[in-house]
Ligand binder design. Structure first.
Ligand SMILES: CC(C)(COP(=O)(O)OP(=O)(O)OC[C@H]1O[C@@H](n2cnc3c(N)ncnc32)[C@H](O)[C@@H]1OP(=O)(O)O)[C@@H](O)C(=O)NCCC(=O)NCCS
Length: 339
C-alpha cells in the first residue's frame, strides 16, 4: 500500500525551514475537524524538540513527496521509567490522506522504536464529542494495525470568567469541609521549602489517577526532575500556577496546577490535580481548583478558556469540574500495542 515516492525522514529542529514545514503539516493533520484543538504553537514545538532532557527524548519526522511535506509525526521515548515504551503521533493533513502516507510513517515508527529497544507502542486520538469512533480516521487506522483501546479521557472546557457569585458559593461549599487545610499558591518555580514533598506528589499522579488498562509505570520524581520540568515550561513560554493544600502537620495533602501559554493567548491548561488518598473527602479538589482559578483570573484576565482532560471513570474529579462549569468538547482515546 505504501506509495514508492513517499520518504519518511527525521527532522532536525535546528533546521528552521524543515522544522517549520513539519510543524505546519502536523498541526494541519492533528487539528483537522476538531473543536478548538489545543495544538503546540511553533515556538512551543521548537522549545520542546530542541530541549535536552534526562526524562524524555523527543524526535520529529516528516513524510516527503518530493520536496513537499505531506505528513508529520513525533516520537517520545521515556528515559527514566517506561523505557519499554515508544509514544508517537502521526498526522496527515486531510488533502493528503488515503494514499499510504500514514502507513509509511507508521513503518518508520516501528523501525525507530525497535532499533531503540522499545517493546510497546502508545498513542492517542482525539475526536469531537458525538462522533462515532468507528467513523473517525485515526481509530480505524490503529485498530486495523493491532492496537487496542486502553483508556478514554474526556476533554472539557471552561469559559472564563466564572461568575463571581458562583465561585463564592463553591468556595463556601468547599470551606465547610476543607477548613482544616491551608491553601498556598505560587506562580512559576515551586518554593524551595516545598520542593522535596512537591516532587514526590508529582510522581504519584499516574499511580493515583485512573488510567484504565494502560501499560504505564509510575514515574519517579525528585527535585531535579521538578526543576527540569519547571525550566522546560519557561522555555516553552508557559507560566505555571500552582495551589497546594497543607495539612496541620505540614504535609502537602493535594495540589492543582494550571499552565498559561504566552504563545497561545487566551488559553490555559489544567494539568495535574491530586489529593492524597488519606486526605480525600474534605472537598480539597474543589477548594484547590477554586483558589487556583482565582489566581488565574487575577493574573491573566485575558484567559478566556481552560481545557482539562479526565479519564471517563474518574467520577470525583469530573464532578468537581462539572460544578465549576466545564463542558464536554471531545474524547481522547489512548491506544497501545506490543511491538
Ligand atoms: C490516521 C492518519 C495518520 C492516517 O493517515 P493516511 O495517510 O490517511 O493513512 P494511509 O493512507 O496510510 O491509510 C489510511 C487508509 O487509506 C487507504 N489507503 C492507503 N494507501 C492507499 C493507496 N495507496 N491507495 C488507496 N487507498 C489507500 C486505506 O484504506 C487505508 O486504510 P487501512 O488503515 O486499512 O490501511 C490520518 O487520518 C490523520 O492524520 N488523522 C489525525 C491524527 C490521528 O488520528 N493519528 C492517529 C494516531 S497517531
Amino acid at each position: 500500500m505504501q506509495v514508492p515516492e513517499i520518504k519518511v525522514v527525521p527532522v532536525d529542529p535546528d533546521d528552521e525551514a524543515r522544522f517549520h514545514a513539519w510543524h505546519e503539516a502536523i498541526s494541519a493533520g492533528r487539528g483537522a475537524d476538531r473543536v478548538d484543538p489545543p495544538l503546540w504553537t511553533y515556538p512551543e514545538a521548537l522549545a520542546s524538540f530542541q530541549r535536552r532532557s534526562e526524562s524524555l527524548r523527543r524526535e520529529a519526522f516528516a513524510a516527503y513527496d518530493g520536496d513537499v511535506v505531506v505528513g508529520g509525526g513525533d516520537l517520545e521515548l521515556p528515559l527514566r521509567e517506561n523505557t519499554n515504551l515508544a509514544m508517537f503521533e502521526l498526522a496527515v493533513p486531510p488533502a493528503h490522506r488515503g494514499r499510504g502516507i500514514g502507513t509509511a510513517m507508521y513503518a518508520y515508527v516501528q523501525e525507530r522504536a525497535r532499533s531503540d529497544g522499545r517493546s510497546s507502542l502508545l498513542t492517542d486520538v482525539s475526536l469531537p464529542d458525538g462522533v462515532e469512533p468507528a467513523d473517525w480516521p485515526g481509530i480505524g487506522f490503529l485498530s486495523r494495525r493491532g492496537f487496542t483501546l486502553r483508556n478514554t479521557e474526556i476533554r472539557r472546557q471552561l469559559r472564563l470568567p466564572i461568575p463571581p457569585a458562583h465561585l463564592d458559593a463553591l468556595a463556601a461549599k468547599a470551606a465547610e469541609r476543607a477548613s482544616a487545610y491551608q491553601l498556598v499558591s505560587w506562580s512559576g518555580r515551586c518554593p524551595d521549602e516545598y520542593a522535596e514533598q512537591y516532587a514526590q506528589l508529582k510522581g504519584l499522579l499516574m499511580k493515583e489517577a485512573p488510567t484504565g488498562d494502560l501499560d504505564y509505570e509510575q514515574e519517579v520524581w525528585d527535585v531535579d526532575r521538578l526543576r527540569e520540568t519547571e525550566a522546560y515550561a519557561v522555555a516553552q513560554g508557559r507560566t505555571l500556577h500552582t495551589t497546594i493544600a497543607l495539612a496541620a502537620d505540614g504535609v502537602i495533602a493535594g495540589h492543582t496546577q494550571l499552565a498559561v501559554p504566552r504563545h497561545d493567548l487566551g488559553r490555559a491548561f489544567q494539568w495535574d490535580t491530586l489529593v492524597l488518598t488519606k486526605h480525600r473527602g474534605h472537598r480539597l479538589g474543589l477548594a484547590l481548583k477554586v483558589a487556583n482559578t482565582r489566581v488565574l483570573s487575577e493574573q491573566h484576565p485575558e484567559v478566556g478558556r481552560i481545557d482539562t482532560w479526565n479519564a471517563v471513570q474518574n467520577g470525583p474529579m469530573v464532578a468537581v469540574n462539572v460544578e465549576l462549569g466545564f463542558q464536554v468538547v471531545e474524547e481522547s482515546q489512548e491506544w497501545q500495542r506490543d511491538l
